[in-house]
Write a new protein. Structure first.
Length: 403
Protein backbone atom coordinates (compact mmCIF):
# COMPACT_ATOMS: atom_id res chain seq x y z
CA UNK A 1 0.00 0.00 0.00
CA UNK A 2 1.33 3.45 -0.92
CA UNK A 3 2.40 5.55 2.08
CA UNK A 4 0.62 8.88 2.52
CA UNK A 5 1.53 11.81 4.73
CA UNK A 6 -0.71 12.63 7.69
CA UNK A 7 -3.34 15.18 6.73
CA UNK A 8 -2.47 17.59 9.56
CA UNK A 9 1.18 17.66 8.48
CA UNK A 10 0.35 18.22 4.80
CA UNK A 11 -2.21 20.92 5.61
CA UNK A 12 0.15 22.64 8.03
CA UNK A 13 2.93 22.84 5.45
CA UNK A 14 0.51 24.21 2.85
CA UNK A 15 -0.90 26.79 5.29
CA UNK A 16 2.59 28.00 6.17
CA UNK A 17 3.17 29.04 2.53
CA UNK A 18 0.06 31.26 2.30
CA UNK A 19 0.72 34.95 2.91
CA UNK A 20 -1.80 37.55 4.11
CA UNK A 21 -3.28 39.31 1.09
CA UNK A 22 -2.54 43.01 0.58
CA UNK A 23 -4.92 43.41 -2.37
CA UNK A 24 -7.77 45.63 -1.19
CA UNK A 25 -10.48 47.54 -3.03
CA UNK A 26 -13.46 49.71 -2.12
CA UNK A 27 -16.93 48.61 -3.17
CA UNK A 28 -20.42 49.95 -2.59
CA UNK A 29 -22.27 48.03 0.12
CA UNK A 30 -24.93 47.25 -2.47
CA UNK A 31 -22.28 45.10 -4.18
CA UNK A 32 -20.64 43.72 -1.03
CA UNK A 33 -22.64 40.53 -0.41
CA UNK A 34 -20.26 37.62 0.12
CA UNK A 35 -17.17 39.85 0.11
CA UNK A 36 -14.55 39.67 2.87
CA UNK A 37 -14.01 42.78 4.97
CA UNK A 38 -10.43 44.11 4.84
CA UNK A 39 -10.59 46.52 7.79
CA UNK A 40 -12.14 46.63 11.25
CA UNK A 41 -15.33 48.68 11.51
CA UNK A 42 -16.05 50.65 14.70
CA UNK A 43 -19.19 52.62 15.48
CA UNK A 44 -18.74 56.32 14.53
CA UNK A 45 -21.58 57.20 16.92
CA UNK A 46 -23.87 55.58 19.48
CA UNK A 47 -27.17 54.07 18.38
CA UNK A 48 -29.61 55.27 19.38
CA UNK A 49 -27.89 58.57 20.01
CA UNK A 50 -30.45 59.57 22.64
CA UNK A 51 -33.17 57.68 24.59
CA UNK A 52 -35.83 56.63 22.07
CA UNK A 53 -39.42 55.34 22.19
CA UNK A 54 -39.75 51.62 21.41
CA UNK A 55 -43.48 51.94 20.61
CA UNK A 56 -46.23 54.51 20.20
CA UNK A 57 -47.25 56.12 23.49
CA UNK A 58 -46.77 59.00 25.88
CA UNK A 59 -43.41 60.11 27.26
CA UNK A 60 -43.63 61.05 30.93
CA UNK A 61 -42.02 60.66 34.36
CA UNK A 62 -42.43 57.07 35.56
CA UNK A 63 -42.54 58.07 39.24
CA UNK A 64 -45.83 59.93 38.59
CA UNK A 65 -47.64 56.86 37.22
CA UNK A 66 -50.59 55.30 38.98
CA UNK A 67 -53.95 53.97 37.86
CA UNK A 68 -56.34 56.85 37.24
CA UNK A 69 -53.59 59.49 37.18
CA UNK A 70 -54.07 62.30 34.67
CA UNK A 71 -51.43 63.91 32.46
CA UNK A 72 -51.72 66.96 30.25
CA UNK A 73 -50.58 66.45 26.62
CA UNK A 74 -48.12 69.29 25.94
CA UNK A 75 -46.65 68.20 22.60
CA UNK A 76 -46.09 65.54 19.95
CA UNK A 77 -42.82 63.94 18.80
CA UNK A 78 -42.90 61.92 15.56
CA UNK A 79 -39.89 59.86 14.49
CA UNK A 80 -37.21 61.99 12.87
CA UNK A 81 -38.19 65.21 14.67
CA UNK A 82 -36.74 66.80 17.78
CA UNK A 83 -39.12 66.86 20.79
CA UNK A 84 -41.45 69.86 20.66
CA UNK A 85 -41.74 70.22 24.44
CA UNK A 86 -40.41 68.98 27.78
CA UNK A 87 -42.52 66.95 30.21
CA UNK A 88 -42.91 68.52 33.66
CA UNK A 89 -44.74 66.88 36.57
CA UNK A 90 -48.25 65.92 35.44
CA UNK A 91 -47.39 66.44 31.77
CA UNK A 92 -46.66 64.11 28.84
CA UNK A 93 -45.60 64.28 25.20
CA UNK A 94 -47.22 61.99 22.64
CA UNK A 95 -44.29 60.11 21.09
CA UNK A 96 -44.24 57.70 18.16
CA UNK A 97 -42.05 54.62 17.63
CA UNK A 98 -38.46 55.72 17.03
CA UNK A 99 -39.11 59.23 18.33
CA UNK A 100 -36.76 60.82 20.86
CA UNK A 101 -37.83 60.88 24.49
CA UNK A 102 -38.39 64.46 25.61
CA UNK A 103 -36.58 66.21 28.45
CA UNK A 104 -38.06 65.30 31.82
CA UNK A 105 -39.36 61.87 30.70
CA UNK A 106 -37.99 58.41 31.43
CA UNK A 107 -40.95 56.14 30.63
CA UNK A 108 -43.12 55.45 27.58
CA UNK A 109 -46.76 54.70 28.46
CA UNK A 110 -48.33 52.74 25.54
CA UNK A 111 -51.36 54.27 23.85
CA UNK A 112 -53.30 51.09 24.72
CA UNK A 113 -52.89 51.90 28.44
CA UNK A 114 -54.69 55.26 28.44
CA UNK A 115 -57.98 56.95 27.78
CA UNK A 116 -57.74 60.28 25.97
CA UNK A 117 -59.99 63.02 27.32
CA UNK A 118 -59.50 66.14 25.25
CA UNK A 119 -55.99 67.45 25.94
CA UNK A 120 -55.39 64.96 28.77
CA UNK A 121 -54.81 61.24 29.20
CA UNK A 122 -56.08 59.06 32.02
CA UNK A 123 -53.89 56.08 32.97
CA UNK A 124 -55.84 52.80 32.77
CA UNK A 125 -52.85 50.47 33.24
CA UNK A 126 -49.57 51.74 34.73
CA UNK A 127 -46.17 50.40 33.59
CA UNK A 128 -42.81 50.22 35.40
CA UNK A 129 -40.49 53.21 35.23
CA UNK A 130 -38.27 53.02 32.14
CA UNK A 131 -40.80 50.95 30.17
CA UNK A 132 -40.46 50.87 26.34
CA UNK A 133 -37.49 53.24 26.27
CA UNK A 134 -34.37 52.36 24.28
CA UNK A 135 -31.38 53.72 26.16
CA UNK A 136 -28.73 55.72 24.32
CA UNK A 137 -26.16 53.26 22.96
CA UNK A 138 -28.46 50.25 23.41
CA UNK A 139 -27.42 48.82 20.01
CA UNK A 140 -23.78 49.95 20.22
CA UNK A 141 -21.72 52.81 21.61
CA UNK A 142 -19.41 55.20 19.80
CA UNK A 143 -16.03 53.55 19.21
CA UNK A 144 -17.31 50.01 19.81
CA UNK A 145 -15.79 47.39 17.46
CA UNK A 146 -18.67 46.01 15.40
CA UNK A 147 -17.07 44.04 12.55
CA UNK A 148 -13.59 42.57 12.33
CA UNK A 149 -11.36 42.35 9.30
CA UNK A 150 -11.88 38.91 7.77
CA UNK A 151 -15.66 38.95 8.26
CA UNK A 152 -17.60 37.52 5.34
CA UNK A 153 -20.36 40.03 4.66
CA UNK A 154 -23.89 38.68 4.73
CA UNK A 155 -27.19 40.54 4.64
CA UNK A 156 -27.13 41.39 8.37
CA UNK A 157 -23.59 42.79 8.30
CA UNK A 158 -24.40 44.88 5.23
CA UNK A 159 -27.53 46.22 6.95
CA UNK A 160 -25.34 47.25 9.88
CA UNK A 161 -22.95 49.07 7.55
CA UNK A 162 -25.92 50.94 6.08
CA UNK A 163 -27.10 51.87 9.60
CA UNK A 164 -23.64 53.35 10.20
CA UNK A 165 -24.01 55.49 7.08
CA UNK A 166 -21.16 53.71 5.27
CA UNK A 167 -21.85 53.48 1.53
CA UNK A 168 -18.38 52.25 0.49
CA UNK A 169 -16.34 49.65 2.35
CA UNK A 170 -12.85 48.17 2.00
CA UNK A 171 -12.82 44.49 1.03
CA UNK A 172 -10.18 42.04 -0.14
CA UNK A 173 -9.95 41.59 -3.89
CA UNK A 174 -11.52 38.23 -4.72
CA UNK A 175 -8.95 35.78 -6.09
CA UNK A 176 -9.72 34.59 -9.60
CA UNK A 177 -10.03 30.81 -9.56
CA UNK A 178 -9.77 28.86 -12.82
CA UNK A 179 -11.56 25.49 -12.89
CA UNK A 180 -10.04 22.86 -15.19
CA UNK A 181 -11.72 19.45 -15.49
CA UNK A 182 -9.51 16.79 -17.09
CA UNK A 183 -10.16 13.42 -18.69
CA UNK A 184 -10.84 11.99 -22.15
CA UNK A 185 -13.91 10.20 -20.78
CA UNK A 186 -15.78 13.38 -19.81
CA UNK A 187 -17.95 15.59 -21.99
CA UNK A 188 -19.12 19.14 -21.44
CA UNK A 189 -22.79 20.07 -21.19
CA UNK A 190 -24.34 20.24 -24.65
CA UNK A 191 -21.98 17.67 -26.13
CA UNK A 192 -23.13 14.19 -27.17
CA UNK A 193 -22.01 11.10 -25.28
CA UNK A 194 -20.49 8.81 -27.91
CA UNK A 195 -20.59 5.60 -25.88
CA UNK A 196 -21.49 4.19 -22.46
CA UNK A 197 -17.95 4.75 -21.17
CA UNK A 198 -18.31 8.53 -21.43
CA UNK A 199 -19.92 10.77 -18.81
CA UNK A 200 -20.87 14.40 -18.43
CA UNK A 201 -18.51 16.46 -16.28
CA UNK A 202 -20.11 17.79 -13.13
CA UNK A 203 -16.86 18.69 -11.39
CA UNK A 204 -16.21 21.99 -13.17
CA UNK A 205 -19.79 23.15 -12.51
CA UNK A 206 -19.79 22.02 -8.86
CA UNK A 207 -16.35 23.45 -8.09
CA UNK A 208 -17.18 26.78 -9.74
CA UNK A 209 -20.30 27.17 -7.63
CA UNK A 210 -18.52 26.01 -4.48
CA UNK A 211 -15.67 28.51 -4.79
CA UNK A 212 -18.18 31.27 -5.53
CA UNK A 213 -19.99 30.43 -2.29
CA UNK A 214 -16.67 30.50 -0.45
CA UNK A 215 -16.00 34.03 -1.74
CA UNK A 216 -13.82 33.55 -4.82
CA UNK A 217 -14.38 34.57 -8.46
CA UNK A 218 -14.74 31.44 -10.58
CA UNK A 219 -13.66 30.99 -14.22
CA UNK A 220 -14.52 27.72 -16.00
CA UNK A 221 -11.88 26.56 -18.50
CA UNK A 222 -12.42 24.16 -21.45
CA UNK A 223 -12.08 20.48 -20.54
CA UNK A 224 -8.55 19.12 -21.06
CA UNK A 225 -8.14 15.61 -22.50
CA UNK A 226 -5.67 12.98 -21.26
CA UNK A 227 -2.78 14.24 -23.36
CA UNK A 228 0.36 15.43 -21.57
CA UNK A 229 1.12 18.36 -23.88
CA UNK A 230 -2.51 19.50 -24.07
CA UNK A 231 -2.81 19.33 -20.29
CA UNK A 232 0.40 21.26 -19.69
CA UNK A 233 -0.74 23.95 -22.13
CA UNK A 234 -4.16 24.19 -20.45
CA UNK A 235 -2.58 24.60 -17.00
CA UNK A 236 -0.15 27.31 -18.13
CA UNK A 237 -2.89 29.13 -20.04
CA UNK A 238 -5.22 29.14 -17.02
CA UNK A 239 -2.51 30.55 -14.75
CA UNK A 240 -2.02 33.54 -17.05
CA UNK A 241 -5.37 34.99 -15.99
CA UNK A 242 -6.08 33.26 -12.65
CA UNK A 243 -4.62 33.54 -9.15
CA UNK A 244 -5.58 29.96 -8.31
CA UNK A 245 -6.11 26.91 -10.50
CA UNK A 246 -8.27 23.96 -9.48
CA UNK A 247 -8.00 20.78 -11.53
CA UNK A 248 -10.01 17.58 -11.17
CA UNK A 249 -8.78 14.18 -12.32
CA UNK A 250 -5.38 12.88 -13.38
CA UNK A 251 -3.72 12.93 -9.93
CA UNK A 252 -3.31 9.19 -9.33
CA UNK A 253 -0.54 7.00 -10.76
CA UNK A 254 -2.28 5.55 -13.82
CA UNK A 255 -0.95 5.59 -17.36
CA UNK A 256 -3.13 8.58 -18.26
CA UNK A 257 -2.78 10.57 -15.01
CA UNK A 258 -0.68 13.44 -16.31
CA UNK A 259 -1.66 16.18 -13.83
CA UNK A 260 0.55 14.95 -11.02
CA UNK A 261 3.56 14.48 -13.33
CA UNK A 262 3.08 17.96 -14.81
CA UNK A 263 2.95 19.55 -11.36
CA UNK A 264 6.02 17.57 -10.29
CA UNK A 265 8.10 18.76 -13.24
CA UNK A 266 6.88 22.34 -13.73
CA UNK A 267 6.00 23.70 -10.28
CA UNK A 268 6.96 23.74 -6.60
CA UNK A 269 5.05 20.79 -5.18
CA UNK A 270 3.87 21.44 -1.60
CA UNK A 271 1.45 18.58 -0.93
CA UNK A 272 1.98 15.16 -2.53
CA UNK A 273 -1.12 13.42 -1.21
CA UNK A 274 -2.49 12.90 2.29
CA UNK A 275 -3.78 9.99 4.36
CA UNK A 276 -7.45 10.91 3.94
CA UNK A 277 -10.58 9.46 2.39
CA UNK A 278 -11.76 10.75 0.06
CA UNK A 279 -8.96 12.61 -1.71
CA UNK A 280 -5.71 10.92 -0.71
CA UNK A 281 -4.11 11.72 -4.11
CA UNK A 282 -4.68 15.49 -3.71
CA UNK A 283 -1.79 17.67 -4.86
CA UNK A 284 -0.99 21.31 -4.07
CA UNK A 285 1.66 23.21 -6.02
CA UNK A 286 2.86 26.80 -6.22
CA UNK A 287 4.46 29.13 -8.74
CA UNK A 288 5.28 32.60 -7.44
CA UNK A 289 2.16 33.73 -5.58
CA UNK A 290 -0.16 31.47 -7.58
CA UNK A 291 -1.47 28.12 -6.37
CA UNK A 292 -2.56 24.96 -8.14
CA UNK A 293 -4.87 22.55 -6.32
CA UNK A 294 -5.16 19.20 -8.09
CA UNK A 295 -8.16 17.23 -6.84
CA UNK A 296 -9.21 13.65 -7.66
CA UNK A 297 -11.69 13.05 -10.47
CA UNK A 298 -14.46 11.49 -8.37
CA UNK A 299 -16.96 14.31 -7.71
CA UNK A 300 -17.30 13.76 -3.97
CA UNK A 301 -13.52 13.60 -3.55
CA UNK A 302 -13.03 16.80 -5.53
CA UNK A 303 -15.63 18.74 -3.54
CA UNK A 304 -14.54 17.58 -0.09
CA UNK A 305 -10.85 18.26 -0.69
CA UNK A 306 -11.74 21.63 -2.19
CA UNK A 307 -13.70 22.57 0.96
CA UNK A 308 -10.85 21.50 3.24
CA UNK A 309 -8.04 23.29 1.40
CA UNK A 310 -9.80 26.42 0.13
CA UNK A 311 -11.18 27.24 3.58
CA UNK A 312 -7.65 27.18 4.99
CA UNK A 313 -6.51 29.44 2.15
CA UNK A 314 -9.25 31.95 3.08
CA UNK A 315 -8.27 31.84 6.75
CA UNK A 316 -4.61 32.46 6.01
CA UNK A 317 -4.95 34.91 3.12
CA UNK A 318 -7.84 37.04 4.39
CA UNK A 319 -8.04 36.27 8.10
CA UNK A 320 -11.48 34.71 7.70
CA UNK A 321 -12.63 33.43 11.07
CA UNK A 322 -15.75 31.40 10.34
CA UNK A 323 -16.64 28.67 12.81
CA UNK A 324 -16.85 25.53 10.67
CA UNK A 325 -16.20 22.71 13.17
CA UNK A 326 -18.28 21.51 16.11
CA UNK A 327 -19.23 18.36 18.02
CA UNK A 328 -22.33 16.17 17.74
CA UNK A 329 -23.57 12.84 19.07
CA UNK A 330 -23.19 9.89 16.70
CA UNK A 331 -26.58 8.31 15.99
CA UNK A 332 -25.26 4.79 15.29
CA UNK A 333 -22.08 2.74 15.10
CA UNK A 334 -19.70 3.43 12.21
CA UNK A 335 -16.93 1.05 11.14
CA UNK A 336 -14.16 2.67 9.09
CA UNK A 337 -13.44 1.26 5.64
CA UNK A 338 -9.83 2.48 5.44
CA UNK A 339 -6.85 3.11 7.74
CA UNK A 340 -6.96 6.82 6.84
CA UNK A 341 -8.59 9.91 8.26
CA UNK A 342 -12.13 9.82 6.84
CA UNK A 343 -14.51 12.66 6.00
CA UNK A 344 -17.96 11.09 5.61
CA UNK A 345 -21.05 12.92 4.30
CA UNK A 346 -23.68 12.85 7.03
CA UNK A 347 -26.87 14.57 8.17
CA UNK A 348 -27.08 16.84 11.21
CA UNK A 349 -30.27 16.73 13.30
CA UNK A 350 -31.34 18.91 16.24
CA UNK A 351 -33.35 16.92 18.77
CA UNK A 352 -34.54 18.94 21.76
CA UNK A 353 -31.48 21.15 21.61
CA UNK A 354 -28.96 18.31 21.20
CA UNK A 355 -27.07 17.80 17.92
CA UNK A 356 -26.99 14.31 16.42
CA UNK A 357 -25.13 13.20 13.30
CA UNK A 358 -26.39 10.32 11.17
CA UNK A 359 -25.35 8.46 8.01
CA UNK A 360 -28.67 6.66 7.54
CA UNK A 361 -29.89 8.67 4.54
CA UNK A 362 -26.54 8.55 2.72
CA UNK A 363 -25.64 5.99 0.07
CA UNK A 364 -22.73 3.75 0.98
CA UNK A 365 -20.25 3.27 -1.84
CA UNK A 366 -17.52 5.08 -3.71
CA UNK A 367 -16.51 8.74 -3.76
CA UNK A 368 -18.33 9.07 -7.08
CA UNK A 369 -21.72 9.39 -5.34
CA UNK A 370 -22.22 13.12 -5.80
CA UNK A 371 -25.71 13.37 -4.26
CA UNK A 372 -24.28 12.37 -0.88
CA UNK A 373 -23.25 16.01 -0.51
CA UNK A 374 -26.65 17.67 -0.79
CA UNK A 375 -27.96 20.72 1.05
CA UNK A 376 -28.48 19.07 4.44
CA UNK A 377 -25.01 17.55 4.63
CA UNK A 378 -22.13 17.90 7.04
CA UNK A 379 -18.87 15.93 7.19
CA UNK A 380 -18.39 13.41 9.98
CA UNK A 381 -14.69 13.08 10.86
CA UNK A 382 -13.39 9.58 11.67
CA UNK A 383 -9.84 9.96 13.08
CA UNK A 384 -6.81 8.23 11.63
CA UNK A 385 -6.05 6.26 14.79
CA UNK A 386 -9.47 4.63 15.34
CA UNK A 387 -11.14 1.70 13.58
CA UNK A 388 -14.75 2.44 14.53
CA UNK A 389 -16.97 5.03 16.15
CA UNK A 390 -19.68 4.01 18.62
CA UNK A 391 -23.29 5.15 18.89
CA UNK A 392 -23.63 7.90 21.49
CA UNK A 393 -20.01 9.00 21.09
CA UNK A 394 -19.26 12.71 20.79
CA UNK A 395 -17.70 13.14 17.35
CA UNK A 396 -16.13 15.94 15.30
CA UNK A 397 -18.24 17.44 12.53
CA UNK A 398 -17.37 19.93 9.76
CA UNK A 399 -19.98 22.14 8.14
CA UNK A 400 -20.47 22.22 4.37
CA UNK A 401 -20.88 25.66 2.70
CA UNK A 402 -24.51 26.63 2.15
CA UNK A 403 -26.09 29.34 0.05
Amino acid sequence: MMEFEKFESAMGRFASTVQKSSRIEKVAITQALGRILATDVAAPFSTPRRPTAAMDGYALKGADLSEGAKFKIVGTTPAGKMPSAAAKAGECVKTFTGGLMCEGSDTLLPIENVQVQGSEIVVTKPVPAGFAVRAAGESYREGELLLRSGTKLGFSQIALLAELGLFHISVFVRPKVAILATGSEIKDLGERLENDAQIYSSNHIALANLVTQLGYEAMIMPIARDDEKELEGAILSALQSADILLTSGGVSVGDYDFVQSTLQSKFELIVKGAAIKPGRHVRVAKTGEKYIFAFPGFPLSALITCILFLRVFLQRSFGVHESTEFSAILDHDYVKKTPWLEFIPAVLQNRDGRLFVSLQSKRQGSSAILNNLDDDSVLLVAPLEVKELKKGELVRVISVPKI
